[in-house]
Design a protein around this ligand. Structure first.
Ligand code: ADP
Length: 468
């Protein structure tokens, strides 16, 4: 039978019903076997005892046999017959239908069916002092006990189909009840996916059973999907917004220039303005590409073992000239020989972003602007700690929570001069977290900021090399 397309409900009912039938038939057979055996043992015991006891009521002299008057030839369902040694019946009468010629057999049980009746026969022979012997035969008609057993079996056989039908119907009902929540979950999931309404949730039910946990897990998944879709939406709208601003400026400049004939100086000014906006747009596109490449590496960081101390020193050296041009003193305090197993390109980008921010957000009027890059290993936790400190403009408390969000800029009007798209710190946090670490910002508005990246100690150990 093909069960592939059968519903779970039908399958459960089927398995359950077959199991019930199997158990019932097994129990019935066991009952019959045990009962008939019990009846057989009890019957043998009754016949044997009756025959043995009857000898107490028979006396045998030299030339006489005396049977007590109170000799009972029908005792507890057993017919007792007394025979002489030669096989002549001297006491009792053979039950109707019992074959009188049945041979005597000392100490053995015989079972026979005659005239529709089942008989159990037990014969015993006793020899007296004068050497003469006597037979006593016990005949037990078993039909009485067997009839009761047959009646019970018949009742069970008649009741069995009814019981099975009841059991199957009850099973179907129970499974239908049990599957109602599953159908509800499926309906709800269907309407969520059809209507694309990710704000809806699946019903959880009152009992904390398997279905409750299934709904809970699916709801968590829908919640994450909703967040991801929301983030995607926000990202697209932020990107559009960022691109719209320079394009609008360029359009306005072109329209202004084309309205009437302008002087060559005015045209030059317009072109310079457009060039500036083009550069800004290009820079945004580059940053977006860089970010997308960074995020693409999420699942497969290209990890390798490298000396972070050397990397920090070379970054500081590289940026010191740029800093000098801006009148900023770039200092570094680097603990030597810190090696980590990480994605070097991403770590480099992370430190670069923090340092360029430190320089970008220096106080314009300050003569002592400085940025400090620090690298050390925490002696307690063995974590690697990178700190970038500056004495720049600082960040207000209310902005501090948001600066790691994509496209978040504290000063929205800041467009000229250096590019500011609000992408750098979100990338820093993403890189730190992708390596199992995190980044923290502390700042005093007007005095300066400190960014601390913590990378876990586990990054210091390269995984063991595997063969092949
Ligand atoms: P961007 O610098 O391109 O605007 P970031 O994500 O790097 O983007 O920074 C987000 C915001 O955080 C910046 O707009 C700036 O206001 C603030 N910020 C970042 N670093 C510093 C810093 N060292 N000092 C003061 N403000 C900072």
């Amino acid at each position: 039978m093909k069960m592939k397309n059968t519903s779970i409900r039908t399958r459960v009912t089927l398995y359950y019903s077959l199991t019930m039938i199997f158990i019932t038939v097994f129990l019935l057979i066991a009952f019959l076997l045990v009962s008939s055996r019990q009846i057989s043992v009890a019957s043998r015991d009754t016949v044997m005892k009756a025959v043995q006891n009857s000898f107490d009521e028979i006396e045998y002299g030299n030339d006489f046999i005396e049977i007590d008057d109170d000799f009972d030839s029908y005792k507890r369902g057993v017919t007792l017959l007394v025979y002489t040694e030669g096989g002549r019946l001297i006491k009792g009468s053979v039950p109707k239908g019992f074959p009188a010629g049945t041979p005597l057999s000392a100490g053995e049980f015989q079972q026979m069916v005659a005239d529709g009746e089942t008989y159990l026969i037990y014969d015993l022979y006793n020899t007296y002092e004068n050497g003469q012997g006597i037979w006593v035969r016990g005949i037990y008609a078993m039909e009485g006990s067997l009839t009761a057993l047959k009646a019970v079996t018949l009742i069970i056989l008649i009741a069995l189909p009814a019981i099975l039908v009841f059991v199957i119907l009850a099973g179907r009902r129970i499974t239908r009840q049990a599957f109602i929540p599953v159908a509800e979950i499926a309906d709800a999931a269907d309407s969520i996916s059809n209507g694309q309404d990710l704000s809806r949730r699946l019903p959880m039910g009152k009992n904390k059973d398997e279905l409750y946990h299934l709904s809970k897990t699916l709801n968590q998944m829908i919640e994450r999907l909703e967040e991801a879709f929301k983030a995607e939406k926000e990202f697209s709208s932020d990107v559009s917004h960022e691109l719209k601003t320079p394009v609008s400026v360029m359009l306005a400049e072109c329209e202004y220039a084309l309205q009437e004939t302008r002087s060559p100086e005015e045209y030059q000014e317009t072109l310079q303005m457009i060039q500036g906006q083009c550069r800004r747009t290009m820079s945004l596109i580059q940053q977006l590409l860089q970010m997308s490449r960074t995020l693409d590496r999420e699942k497969m960081l290209e990890r390798e073992e490298f000396d972070l101390s050397v990397l920090c020193e070379s970054i500081a050296e590289e940026l010191s000239l740029v800093a000098e041009e801006k009148g900023i003193c770039l200092k570094h305090d680097i603990q030597p020989d810190i090696c980590i197993y990480a994605d070097e390109t991403l770590i480099l980008r992370m430190i670069m972003n923090l340092l360029t921010n430190g320089m970008k957000y220096s106080r314009p009027d300050a003569a002592d602007s400085a940025v400090l890059l620090k690298l050390r290993k925490d002696p307690h936790t063995e974590n690697t700690v990178i700190t970038v400190e500056d004495n720049g403009i600082g960040i207000r408390k209310e902005d501090l929570e948001n600066i790691f969000h994509r496209f978040y800029k504290v000063d929205k009007s800041r467009t000229g001069g250096e590019e500011s798209f609000g992408l750098g710190l979100s990338m820093v946090r993403w890189i730190a977290r992708a390596h199992g670490g995190d980044v923290r910002a502390e700042s005093t508005f007007g005095e300066g900021s400190r960014f601390t990246v913590t990378l876990p100690s586990t990054l210091c150990e390269a995984p063991p090399e595997t063969d092949g």
